[in-house]
Write a protein that binds this ligand. Structure first.
Ligand SMILES: [Mn+2]
Length: 448
């Protein structure tokens, strides 16, 4: 049911878009109007949250159309809510219920990792009881894997609507689905978005030199050259520079078995990056990437690897979203309400992600790059309690002030504010802006 609903929503939105050129879509880069509209909605139960997401998606599409390359990254995150089962609580009999929601958004990034916004989100609730019957399990898996294909479909629509932009649908290992490669291969060029997916399965392939398996075939492929990348520190791994050997070739994936009949074989371009000299005792770093883009030379290989690595930014976006959901302390009774609130938080998370990134990457830039005048002046008034200066503060200064509204103490040694205090500060700002708006509306009525 959710699938059909999602399809029709996207269908309606994109049909509507198809009637206009993307040039007519307002592309407010700062996005304050979008987030304000989203928050306003929270107090209005009559509006469908997806209408709000549609407005944001439209603005995102406008931003996409102005970029030469856009990565449409899709991924799934799990959201859990624990709440009391019964309305009546007699103190001793307290049963809590765990609910698991899956959220699968499509988020647009530039190759330089600027978050352009959320294009759509697939949302569903896992059945409460684990699925015991094998008979029921299969359709569930199939249903859940549909989300990757739906997001690719969305990427293809964006490709059609933004002919100046190179649109690349990006997914991690879960997106390694035969149906996806087939779908892409069957599309006309002007309706085919590129794809870039990390391989999960060691499939049987037919490549030059006979049949073999994917990893084997790629280890035997000619080396295009080598490339160094810096790996950030991660739990259990120190930061280090990695030297990779890049190999590429076209491979034909054998037909895939499915209950309703076999799927035909399909051609895929493969890029394999393997660490050539890993430190003693460590597994070599590797990326096996499946793509629609022919990898003819080392430059293309480096570019594609960089695009794939930008996928990481959606994990950061999820972190922001989850922190935000915690800040907002969801107490919602029905899946519909959770869904509506999440639509709002997706937009707010995009905004917070954008602001915190800018304050780290371009700290000395004027804050007007990411805040509207009303926004930054209001933050200044609330925080400093004096008239805002004529020259706007820097992005870093204003982000700190915003976080201070959310409880950041800004003492020496506190470092940069985290997502949580920025989010809280942002809620205070939104409420203040709404109060100002109401005051103006009331004043205007008096004048009549
Ligand atoms: Mn994933």
């Amino acid at each position: 049911m959710a699938d059909a609903r999602l399809k029709s929503r996207l269908g309606i939105l994109l049909e509507r878009l198809g009637e206009h050129s993307t040039q007519s879509i307002p592309a407010a880069c700062r996005g304050w109007a979008e987030t304000q509209a989203a928050y306003r909605f929270l107090n209005n139960g009559k509006v469908d949250a997806r209408d709000i997401l549609d407005g944001h998606s439209l603005a995102t599409l406008g931003r996409i159309s102005r970029e030469p390359v856009v990565l449409l990254v899709q991924d799934t995150t799990f959201l859990e809510y624990v709440r009391d089962a019964g309305k009546h609580d007699y103190g001793t009999l307290r049963r809590s219920r765990r609910e698991e929601y899956l959220l699968h958004p499509t988020v647009a990034f530039t190759p330089e990792r600027t978050n352009l916004g959320v294009l759509g989100a697939y949302f569903w609730q896992r059945p409460e009881e684990p699925v015991g019957h094998l008979r029921a399990q299969r359709p569930l898996e199939e249903k859940e894997s549909q989300r990757w294909l739906l997001s690719y479909e969305l990427a293809c629509q964006v490709r059609r609507l933004c002919p100046q932009t190179r649109v690349v649908s990006v997914a991690d290992r879960e997106g390694d689905i035969h149906e996806w490669f087939l779908d892409a291969a069957e599309r006309a060029a002007e309706e085919q978005a590129e794809y870039l997916i990390r391989a999960k399965c060691n499939r049987r392939v037919a490549a030059e030199g006979g049949n073999s398996y994917l990893w084997e075939a790629m280890r035997a492929a000619p080396v295009l050259g080598s490339h160094e990348v810096a790996l950030a520190r991660q739990p259990g791994r120190t930061a280090r520079t990695v030297r990779l050997e890049l190999r590429a070739r076209r491979a034909c994936f054998n037909k895939a078995r499915r209950p309703g009949g076999n799927l035909p074989p399909v051609d895929v371009e493969v890029l394999y990056a393997l660490e050539s000299d890993p430190p003693k005792g460590e597994e070599p770093i590797e990326w096996m990437l499946l793509t629609s883009i022919p990898v003819k030379d080392i430059e293309t290989a480096k570019t594609l690897l960089g695009w794939y690595r930008s996928r990481w930014e959606i994990e950061i976006f999820f972190r922001v979203l989850k922190q935000g959901c915690r800040v907002e302390d969801l107490r919602l009774e029905t899946p519909e309400r959770v869904e509506r609130a999440l639509a709002v938080y997706l937009i707010v998370a995009w905004r917070i992600h954008h602001i915190t990134r800018a304050s780290r990457e371009r700290p000395e830039a004027p804050c007007t790059e990411v805040f509207s005048d009303t926004e930054w002046e209001t933050v200044y008034l609330l925080q400093k309690r004096r008239k805002p200066p004529s020259k706007p503060p820097t992005v870093r200064q204003l982000t700190r002030m915003l976080a201070q509204l959310g409880g950041f103490l800004a003492r020496k040694g506190d470092g940069e504010p985290g997502v949580e205090t920025v989010w809280r500060g942002y809620m205070v700002l939104q409420q203040s802006l709404q109060a100002l708006e109401i005051r103006d509306a009331v004043a205007a009525r008096k004048c009549v």
